[in-house]
Ligand binder design. Structure first.
Ligand SMILES: Nc1nc2c(ncn2[C@@H]2O[C@H](COP(=O)(O)OP(=O)(O)O)[C@@H](O)[C@H]2O)c(=O)[nH]1
Ligand SMILES: [Mg+2]
Length: 216
């Protein structure tokens, strides 16, 4: 019985996500669902990405957090519009939460909408919000065993950002192992090792993003 309820909940979410996707397509907005554990650097990556691309691409952000508007406030400092969703006890964003936030945006004027999901390595990958693609962010401080321990996030994503490579000398993180294990789960992953702190690798990531927008 429990399994049936979960299946019905996911199919109800899929229906809303499909409506969101149709709306995004009609308005020519490319949508990314950005997922990681708390503190891996999602908001920092968005701040750096927006600063680099904002003269060429109109970007807005939906921020998902259990509590506070702190991340939306950080994004707004870059000049991009951000809407905060507080999920309370929920560990992920779903299609309905994203739909409720959409009335805040002039979708037609946007090129790219990035949804920063709630920090969590499990549930966000299970809920479609209507995105064009998912992006997984892993930071070196979390350990190189995470791809094999939380495979769904890696399996569902189109790109993997490995952040905080500046910290590698202070950890036992093996970049080679993390990439090898991630590709064993999902050989189609585009992988971007980078540091939001030093800026190393950000050009490749932003180039990939611009390429995906070009293919809309
Ligand atoms: N050393 C280092 N710290 C980083 C890097 N990127 C982000 N941080 C720090 O990691 C912490 C969490 O970042 P945040 O963007 O809030 O993570 P989020 O919870 O995934 O949104 C902050 O203190 C950031 O300054 C990086 O590339 N290198
Ligand atoms: Mg954040």
């Amino acid at each position: 019985m429990k399994i049936k309820i979960a299946a019905e909940m996911l199919s109800a979410n899929d229906a809303i996500a499909s409506e969101n996707r149709k709306l995004f397509k009609e308005n020519g907005v490319f949508v990314i669902n950005l997922m990681s554990s708390p503190g891996a650097g999602k908001t920092t990556l968005l701040e750096k990405t927006i600063s680099r691309l904002k003269d060429r691409i109109k970007i807005a952000v939906i921020e998902g957090d259990v509590a506070t508007a702190a991340d939306a406030e950080r994004i707004e400092k870059t000049g991009a519009q951000a809407v905060q969703i507080n999920t309370g006890s929920m560990c992920h964003l779903d299609g309905g939460m994203v739909r409720n936030a959409l009335s805040e945006f002039d979708l037609e004027s946007l090129d790219l909408l990035i949804v920063e999901n709630v920090g969590n390595l499990v549930c966000p990958a299970e809920f479609d919000v209507g995105e064009d693609c998912k992006v997984m962010l892993l930071s070196t401080a979390e350990g190189d065993d995470k791809p094999l321990k939380y495979p769904l996030m890696f399996h569902e994503s189109s790109a993997l950002v490995i952040n905080k490579i500046d910290l590698i000398p202070y950890t036992n993180f093996s970049l080679e192992k993390a990439i090898r294990d991630s590709l064993s789960i999902n050989p189609r992953l585009s992988v971007f090792p980078l540091s939001c702190q030093t800026g190393e690798g950000l050009d490749s990531w932003c180039g990939w993003l611009e390429g995906r927008l070009g293919g809309r």
